[in-house]
Design a protein around this ligand. Structure first.
Ligand code: DAH
Length: 339
């Protein structure tokens, strides 16, 4: 009897199959309810006392060999099946893909775009390397105009007509030159100024320009649009337009949003006034419309420009504008967004 069992052990160890059915038959043959192992265990009581110990050991070893074999074959079968289908096991729990980080400037820029897309604006872009006409002259800033001092920039030494744009207002000009009213467009982008770098100003930063040109566009439309924007962007609907001057708009205004004075940070951010400046705006100067081939007798329009970096600093409590361009991963990793 013991010899027979030992033969079975050798047989079990030699067994191999890649077929589910064969493995199952093998399992039933040895480990099933009516399987060989149960028969051998039933035999146990008939075995002579002096052989009981050895008999016990061999049937246990047969049992273990059979179990190990079945497990081993099943496992290799499963892992083969997994790689077989394109998707493997569809019921397997998914692997969590962590959300990557996005630059805070992009997050804010995308949010602004999203807000204006909802009211029928489209997105337009222009080159960062501009010519004098699009950045200055067409915008009512002729050569030697003192207002050019407000926006000193970087010129190509050999050709003063080529410069890095100082504002996204240059895209307004390009858009009006190439499109007929009605025009509703926003132009996000990077701009450059010849300025000393500090915690609050940099030689490059980001703006979003807005332009709306159609028949009968009024200052009230401008105010309403800006109010819609501040409500969606900051959850603050109280704004004020302070008279100001820009060569390309008449009248012109600075846009302030009422931030409130609830926390200590509010006092700091608004210098104790509760008001916060977010950009400039105005009615497009008739001269600018004319320069771009649009009849100011027939059409009117409004424009505005907001600073993206300032808004990002405000919303994310970033104390220094230089952090945006330092590429410090510890800083960048903190910003995640689906937008
Ligand atoms: N271009 C101005 C700047 O960079 C911002 C600006 C003010 C844009 C008034 C406009 C506007 O479109 O109407 O400071």
């Amino acid at each position: 009897m013991i010899e027979t069992i030992k033969k079975h052990i050798a047989e079990v160890q030699a067994f191999s199959s890649t077929k589910k059915e064969e493995i199952e038959n093998f399992r039933i043959k040895y480990l099933g309810k009516k399987g060989l192992l149960n028969d051998f265990f039933a035999e146990f009581k008939n075995v002579a006392n002096d052989q009981k110990k050895e008999f016990g050991q061999v049937i246990n070893s047969l049992k273990k060999s059979a179990e190990d074999k079945v497990n081993e074959l099943k496992e290799s079968l499963e892992s083969k099946e997994e790689t077989k289908g394109i998707y493997g096991d569809l019921s397997r729990p998914g692997e969590i893909i962590p959300l990557g980080s996005r630059h805070p400037i992009s997050i804010v820029k995308n949010k602004i775009i999203d807000i204006f897309l909802r009211i029928g604006f489209n997105v337009s872009e222009g080159p960062e390397i501009e010519d004098d006409w699009h950045n200055f002259t067409a915008l009512n800033l002729p050569e030697y105009h003192p207002a050019r001092d407000m926006q000193d920039t970087f010129f190509i030494q050999t050709n003063p007509d080529v410069l890095l744009r100082t504002h996204t207002s240059s895209v307004q000009v390009r858009y009006m030159e190439n499109n007929k009213p009605p025009i509703r467009t926003i132009s996000p982008g990077r701009v450059y100024r010849n300025e000393a770098i500090s915690a609050r100003s940099h030689c490059f930063f980001h703006q979003v320009e807005g332009l709306y040109v159609d028949k009968g566009v009024s200052f009230a439309d401008l105010k309403q649009t800006l109010q819609y924007f501040t409500t969606e962007m900051f959850g603050k609907s109280k704004i004020r337009l302070r008279p100001s001057y820009f060569p390309f708009t008449e009248p012109s205004a600075e846009v302030d949003v009422y931030w409130g004075l609830e926390t200590e940070a509010d006092y700091r951010i608004t210098k104790g006034t509760g008001w916060l400046e977010i950009g400039g705006c105005g009615m497009v100067d008739p001269n600018v419309l004319k320069n771009c081939g649009i009849d100011p007798e027939e059409y009117s329009g409004f424009a505005f420009g907001v600073g993206v970096d300032r808004i990002a600093m405000l919303l994310h409590q970033i104390p220094d504008i230089r952090m945006f361009s330092e590429n410090d991963v510890r800083f960048l990793e903190q910003f995640k967004s689906v937008l």
